[in-house]
Design a protein around this ligand. Structure first.
Ligand code: FAD
Ligand code: MLT
Ligand code: ZN
Length: 462
């Protein structure tokens, strides 16, 4: 190790896995955003809580900034280390620790992949219901640090709903045990909830006690083709009033084109402007009949032009791929991502205004719209035209986001529905949070991390 501070770290924490290999610095210094050049000091891969505590004690004594790091699938630059920080990867702390059948909780290390959590819950006949396409590579710690949403929020809520307890190491190396799995606890401030969505700025989550629930009955997946987005909410209402929906996801013809070009199978003979993937319980004839009644009502009204229902698990997966494959399919165009939310009822008006705004300012932009429309969350991805250079494209996209932030203010919406603020949306935090609220957030940050060493420069500057 060439930096003497790293020798001190190894003295304090003998046996710690620590690397400064250039390929590792590159690998662990970036997330999915790929916008910043990685430049971490080193990568620490602790194997237990004691090592995490030793790292943070050392960091606070040496004044070294630390970036907590999970699967680095984040889309807001939260796990980027571009300024000589130590990356603290939870990757090796990836095991289930305890299951409690009475409490229906599963305690896990924070580096466990979301999919591994799903599988561990299923081994006990239960589910951990938060789910989305990055399940194989994102970590539960990263999910908690971003309050991840995903495809089943309308049925089960965000990550926040499923956290019964957290173990967190603070900037000074103290271990906090937050809520300890209790259901009722009115003993003062709930720091567990404060840590959720804190994006690595308040503490390092090392363990989580997750609530589990019963698996849903057999479900069907239905793909609907829609003639316009104005009818989206009518279709949503028609289905929701008849059945328990588990998902109601939306994408456009442009999104579908990219997924098909990426190897997916076309669902209909004709192209339609908008699509919805919905999933609902289909365990018995009553539920099946309700789904058909909703579909027929929508067809009669002209809100739906075509539809297909999965007849097997394989077909359900195929239909889901059309929605879940969008992120991968557009990745090669270096999309500028907006991840916004408004109240569900405001969605059509918000979409119309946003579409007009982007269309007027940048008519040549290739905009891919998709998202979790049933919970008011829209993803607006602007794809970089080959002819435009990176800097100019970024400048134009930042301009669009500035306009979008103003619209969101008018709609009382959020500039980050589920991806977090990180670096990407830091300049727009004030479109969603008031001045006094941001000042309080900064005061909380100072209370937890007086030296400003935990993920500095993310969410806001101090
Ligand atoms: P990272 O990217 O490693 O980190 C994210 C943030 O959390 C950073 O600020 C980091 O410092 C902090 N952090 C990580 N681990 C810890 C820890 N142990 N303690 C404290 N802070 C920590 N997100 C959604 O919400 N819904 C979706 O539907 C969705 N779909 C996606 C699909 C694809 C294909 C991809 C690539 C991403 C998607 N995401 C989605 C975004 C991303 O997967 C989530 O934000 C996820 O929760 C990040 O987890 P991670 O382990 O990769 O975190
Ligand atoms: C999604 O809903 O697919 C994710 O949030 C990923 C993305 O926005 O690209
Ligand atoms: Zn999403």
């Amino acid at each position: 190790m060439t930096d003497p501070r790293l020798d001190l770290l190894l003295q304090d924490c003998p046996g710690l896995r620590l690397t400064t290999e250039p390929a590792e610095l590159e690998h662990y210094g970036r997330d999915w955003t790929r916008r910043w050049t990685p430049a971490p000091l080193a990568i620490a891969l602790p194997g237990n809580v004691d090592e995490v505590q030793a790292i943070l004690r050392w960091a606070s004594a040496q004044g070294v900034a630390v970036v907590p790091s999970g699967g680095r699938t984040g889309l807001s630059g939260g796990a980027v280390a571009a300024n000589g920080e130590l990356v603290l990867s939870l990757e090796r702390m990836n095991k289930p620790l305890a299951f409690d059948a009475v409490d229906r909780t599963l305690t896990v290390q924070a580096g466990m992949a979301l999919e591994a959590v799903h599988n561990a819950a299923l081994e006990h006949g239960l589910i951990y219901p938060v789910d989305f396409a990055a399940r194989g590579s994102c970590s539960i710690g990263g999910n908690i640090a971003t309050n991840a949403g995903g495809i089943r929020v309308i049925r089960y809520g965000n990550t926040r709903e499923w956290i019964a307890g957290l173990k967190v190491v603070t900037a000074s190396g103290e271990l906090l045990e937050l809520n300890k799995g209790l259901i009722k606890n009115s003993s003062g401030y709930d720091f567990r909830q404060l840590l959720i969505a804190s994006e690595g700025t308040l503490g390092v989550i090392v363990e989580a006690t997750l609530k589990l629930t019963d698996p849903p009955p057999a479900s069907n997946v239905m793909l609907l083709a829609l003639p316009s987005f104005e009818v989206l909410m009518q279709v949503f209402a028609a289905f929701r009033e008849r059945m328990q929906l588990q998902a109601f996801e939306f994408f456009t013809d442009r999104a579908l084109e990219h997924v098909l070009a990426h190897g997916a199978q076309a669902p209909f003979a004709e192209v339609h402007p908008f699509y919805v993937v919905t999933e609902f319980a289909a365990g018995d004839e009553v539920q099946e009949a309700a789904a058909m009644a909703a579909f027929e009502a929508c067809m009669e009204q002209g809100w739906v032009s075509d539809g297909v229902v999965s007849q097997s698990d394989a077909q359900a997966a195929q239909l889901w791929r059309l929605r879940e494959g969008i992120t991968e399919a557009v990745a090669r165009y270096k999309p500028y991502k907006n991840d916004v939310s408004v109240r569900i009822s405001a969605m059509p008006a918000f979409m119309a205004r946003t579409q007009a705004l982007i269309g007027q300012a940048y008519p040549h932009f290739d905009v891919v719209w998709f998202g979790h429309i049933g919970d008011g969350n829209l993803h607006i991805n602007v794809l970089k035209p080959d002819a435009t250079d990176d800097a100019q494209f970024l400048q134009q996209c930042e301009h669009v986001t500035k306009l979008l932030a103003q619209v969101l203010k008018d709609f009382d919406g959020s500039i980050s529905a589920e991806h977090g603020i990180g670096l990407v949306k830091k300049g727009y935090l004030d479109s969603t949070r008031g001045e006094a609220e941001i000042a309080l957030m900064q005061a909380v940050k100072r209370a937890f991390d007086p030296q400003g060493l935990l993920n500095p420069g993310k969410v806001f500057d101090l």
